[in-house]
Design a protein around this ligand. Structure first.
Ligand code: IVH
Length: 672
């Protein structure tokens, strides 16, 4: 059966959305939707792809593990992949797993129970006892080199203690931000008008990805280590329990709450008690990791490609509390979307105080039938965004009235318009002050203009200094100083930061413009293929969809954006100010020299003469394709210094492996 065009379009749209939100989560550390909403998008995509397998492409987000490695730091391939864990969502599932394990191994099993730290996994590498490298988990195979930043974490040992230190030792653990540090950081961010972090995990991830290590140093990160990775030398270890003791002796911080049990009943009791006391620990814990203690038994049990069979993560259920819903209001976002939200009596749930939650759209309010004055159930899963589950109807006052969606925009008074066939309602007045504010705040954040947060933008708009993002570039110290709460120094700093943003990449600029559906992934694709803002602006529908990764919906959004005179005005202001419109320079090799057309190349390990991006650009310029995983279809694997598991995979599949010299020859001649 041919795939109906609306399905194909929906799959394209879902891919763009999943890729966008995945980037927001993993790369930007600033999620916009809850994990549950993300899962819903992802599941819909998976279902459609299962129904229409011909639509599955290797670059679909369903075909990739975890987040993309963000591009600011050098890639590090993990010699032993950093696997993830299978989950149990109830204590019963946890017990069932334990019983299965007991049946699968012959001898009695002891279990080690550990708090599951809600931070981010890190790999620390020591050579001759000295810390030489720290890398994030990334997608499990390739992470990012964050050594300079990790060195600023006080509890990470620079030098190992004791006599029998192994030649080479990799230790893995979880970097996290203690709650007190998180609250202090958000307080300071708020005072400086900077973006607040959603939770300690995002704050830890954001702090670790700073380009300037002195910022990381100011962020009070901490670490608990839980297992060795690569280990050359050192004692022979028989159990996990013994391993943890050894790690402690070497100077690694190991969580003191870890316990060892010989009975599953005790594992159950530990997990139940951890659930009850999860908020008394001073750091966020989102579950319990239960591991088989004996390393021999672990070997017997083995691992799947994603997770070991000898461990499981019992994930705590989302927390729920009741509170009073005071008022339902509507906020207007930068795109004009009118989003109803609940204002509630503050309630402490899921590790933070909640007093507002999105109700998404008109249909959602109707479906939940929440009314002003209701007692409502609020839920916050260990992660991001709080949610109003529904009303406690038994406690409802008799005179409580159904809530009605307002007819006028609360910000500008113009009529709100419900989009036909969709749940969304919009304010369509592009001059609406809230939209304008949202667009400028978004622009400033995407262009990394430090010190220009929500409050500042509001202040500048009210002072008549900003009508759109283009006006940022005409701000001067003289114009800012007369405003309240701005001294000469902070005015100068702000003007300098605005000036610096002119050199941001085309990718950032594209994201900053706020074109519908254009997130970092789509912006990368457009910038790489079309190379200049003016080319993107003037590209036809056909030229846009010819860009790898761009579908018809995205193409249409781009065209609509550049058809609006108001947007073109902003772009002219940016051009006059000297904002960079150029994309990464791409070598273009004439048609007759497309010597690598039809070839697929995988790169692994570091090269001397090229950075990873340069090697990729050279190959692509000659018509070749670079992919991230090795399969039978791979033409060549290029292995540099410290190649990762891809080399082993190539050898296993009999794919030809090239060294750097052979790559150079291939580029020059198209032959090996
Ligand atoms: S062991 C192969 N122990 O949970 C086993 N992981 O969901 C590797 N985590 O990526 C992990 N606390 O970031 C382990 N005590 C703990 C943990 C822990 C938190 C994280 C870790 C891992 C994720 C898997």
């Amino acid at each position: 059966m041919p795939v109906p065009p609306e399905i194909e379009a929906r799959v394209g749209e879902l891919r763009e959305q999943v890729a966008y939100h995945r980037d927001r989560y993993f790369v930007e550390d600033a999620p916009e939707i809850s994990d549950a909403e993300f899962d819903e998008l992802y599941r819909e995509l998976e279902q459609l792809e299962a129904e229409f397998p011909e639509l599955v492409t290797p670059d679909s987000p369903t075909q990739q593990v975890g987040g993309a490695a963000a591009s600011t730091f050098a890639p590090v391939e993990h010699v032993i992949p950093m696997l993830s864990l299978d989950n149990a969502f109830t204590l019963e599932d946890l017990l069932a797993w334990g019983k299965r394990i007991e049946r699968q191994v012959s001898d009695p099993v002891a279990f080690v129970c550990e708090p599951k730290m809600d931070g981010l996994a890190i790999s620390l590498l020591y050579e001759q006892g000295q810390l030489v490298r720290a890398a994030t988990r990334g997608n499990g195979f390739t992470g990012e080199d964050v050594t300079a930043n990790v060195r600023t974490i006080k509890s990470v040992p620079r030098k190992l203690k004791g006599e029998a230190v192994p030649e080479r030792l990799e230790v893995r653990g979880e970097v996290f931000m203690p709650l007190a540090a998180f609250e202090g950081l958000n307080r300071r961010q708020g005072e400086a008008g900077a973006r607040l972090f959603a939770n300690p995990r995002n704050a830890a991830a954001g702090s670790l990805r700073q380009k300037d290590p002195s910022i990381t140093a100011s962020r009070a990160l901490d670490i608990f280590c839980y297992q060795p990775g690569v280990k050359e030398g050192g004692p022979r270890l028989r159990t996990h329990w013994e391993t943890l003791d050894w790690l402690r002796d070497l100077g690694f911080p190991v969580n003191p709450r870890i316990e060892r049990f010989e009975w599953l009943d005790d594992v159950y009791a530990f997990s139940e008690s951890m659930l009850e006391h999860r908020h008394d620990l001073g750091y966020e814990v989102d579950g319990v990791v239960v591991k088989v203690d004996d390393l021999g038994q672990r070997e017997e049990l083995g691992a799947t490609s994603k997770a070991p069979r000898w461990a499981i993560a019992y994930k705590f259920p989302p927390e729920e509390k009741t509170t009073k819903l005071l008022k339902i209001m509507v906020s207007i976002g930068r795109t004009g979307r009118a989003t109803p939200f609940a204002q509630m009596e503050p309630v402490f749930v899921g590790g933070s105080t909640v007093q507002m939650a999105s109700l998404h759209n008109q249909d959602e309010v109707a479906r939940r039938d929440v009314r002003e004055g209701d007692t409502v159930i609020v839920r916050k899963a260990g992660d991001v965004i709080p949610e109003v589950v529904g009303p406690v109807v038994a406690k409802r006052k008799k005179n409580a009235r159904r809530w009605k969606f307002p007819k006028q925009c609360p910000a500008c008074g113009q009529p709100l318009v419900r989009v036909e066939g969709e749940a969304a309602t919009n304010c369509v007045n592009v001059d609406c002050p809230n939209q304008r504010w949202g667009r400028i705040v978004h622009f400033a954040a995407a262009m990394e203009i430090d010190g220009l947060g929500e409050e500042r933008v509001r202040q500048f708009i009210e002072a008549g200094l900003l009508a759109d993002a283009g006006d940022l570039y005409s701000l001067t110290v003289e114009k800012l100083v007369p405003l309240e709460r701005i001294g000469e120094r902070s005015a100068q700093l702000l003007v300098d930061n605005v000036e610096k943003s002119k050199a941001q990449s085309l990718v950032r600029l594209l994201v900053a413009l706020g074109i519908n559906n254009v997130g970092p992934a789509a912006a990368q694709d457009l910038a790489r293929e079309l190379g200049h803002l003016d080319r993107i602006a003037s590209a036809s529908q056909e030229e846009l969809v010819a860009v790898d990764g761009v579908g018809p919906i995205l193409a249409q959004s781009v065209q609509e954006f550049f058809a609006r005179p108001r947007n073109l005005e902003v772009i002219e202001k940016l051009r006059k100010a000297g904002v960079n419109f150029e994309g990464p320079v791409r070598a273009t090799v004439p048609e007759e020299e497309q010597t690598l057309a039809g070839l697929t190349v995988v790169l692994t390990g570091g090269l001397e003469r090229f950075s990873r991006d340069e090697a990729q650009a050279e190959i692509e310029a000659r018509g070749g394709k670079v992919t991230s995983s090795v399969s039978k279809k791979t033409s060549y694997v290029v292995a540099g210094e410290n190649p990762g598991t891809k080399l082993a995979k190539a050898e296993q599949l009999g794919v030809t492996v090239l060294d750097e010299d052979a790559l150079v020859k291939l580029l020059e001649t198209g032959q090996v």
